[in-house]
Design a protein around this ligand. Structure first.
Ligand code: 6GU
Length: 238
């Protein structure tokens, strides 16, 4: 899969996408991440990429022409690709959307700055708007990295297993169960006995119960969407 990232801060992408699983996936050719400077497509002598908002108000707004020029310049360099604008005013990024995006041959991501991007980009030139959560970042760059990370780990081969988690259309909306490793006791805090018992069935049930309880407490919104089995009910009562 190819990611084309359009940004006025290309330097932000230098280090973070070269390490660990993402770095390996790139080395192995499973993903290609290309970063493009929107400023290279600015047309005036000062290479302006933003301007004052029509109607007045605080902050600056990203101009449409350099963004569209950048999209058009990269569009030809590879397979057909949808264009997503990263903005806090976008559609919420979920595991579901990550799974759908991971099936694409290529994705073009436009990083907006937080004050805003001329609305004609979202309206007429982007196929999708994406926000990564209900908080405000200074720009879409970190959000783009989040999207690249979450999508890349779903590409077959990236996590070592050849089969695709993304191909499975359904991911259960539940939080992970707690994990422990050595030492068996750390500063007076022991690992739960059941994990040392060797009883695989008891461990499975304990993990399921912990995941259910944790989801119920911390994420009632997810818990409400869970399909609760008879065993789940039993585990929740314990
Ligand atoms: Cl995509 N951009 C900005 N600036 N802030 C955000 C965001 C995006 N998603 C959540 N907060």
């Amino acid at each position: 899969m190819i990611f084309d990232i359009l940004t006025i801060f290309p330097g932000m992408f230098d280090a973070p996408l070269g390490e660990s699983i993402l770095g390996k996936a790139r080395e192995r050719g499973l993903v290609e991440i290309r970063v493009h400077n929107i400023r290279d497509h600015a047309f005036d002598k000062h290479q302006m990429t933003d301007d004052r908002p029509f109607g007045g108000g605080e902050g600056m707004v990203m101009k449409p022409e350099p963004i569209v020029a950048a999209v058009e310049a990269v569009a030809g360099e590879g397979p057909e690709a949808p264009v997503a604008l990263l903005t806090p005013a976008g559609r919420l990024f979920t595991q579901d959307l990550a799974a759908r995006l991971s099936l694409l041959p290529r994705l073009i991501l436009i990083c907006g700055r937080y004050e805003g991007v001329d609305e004609r980009i979202a309206e007429h030139f982007a196929d999708e708007t994406i926000s990564i959560g209900d908080y405000v970042l200074t720009g879409g760059e970190l959000a783009a990295m989040v999207v690249v990370d979450a999508v890349t780990r779903l590409i077959p081969g990236v996590l070592g297993n050849a089969s695709s988690a993304a191909a499975e259309s359904f991911t259960e909306p539940i939080l992970e169960y707690p994990q422990y490793t050595r030492p068996q006791e750390f500063r007076g805090h022991p690992v739960p006995d059941v994990l040392l018992s060797g009883h695989h069935e008891a461990i499975r049930r304990w993990r399921r119960g912990q995941a259910l309880l944790r989801t119920k407490r911390l994420r009632p919104d997810l818990f409400a969407r869970l399909e609760i089995s008879a065993e789940d009910l039993e585990l929740l009562r314990e």
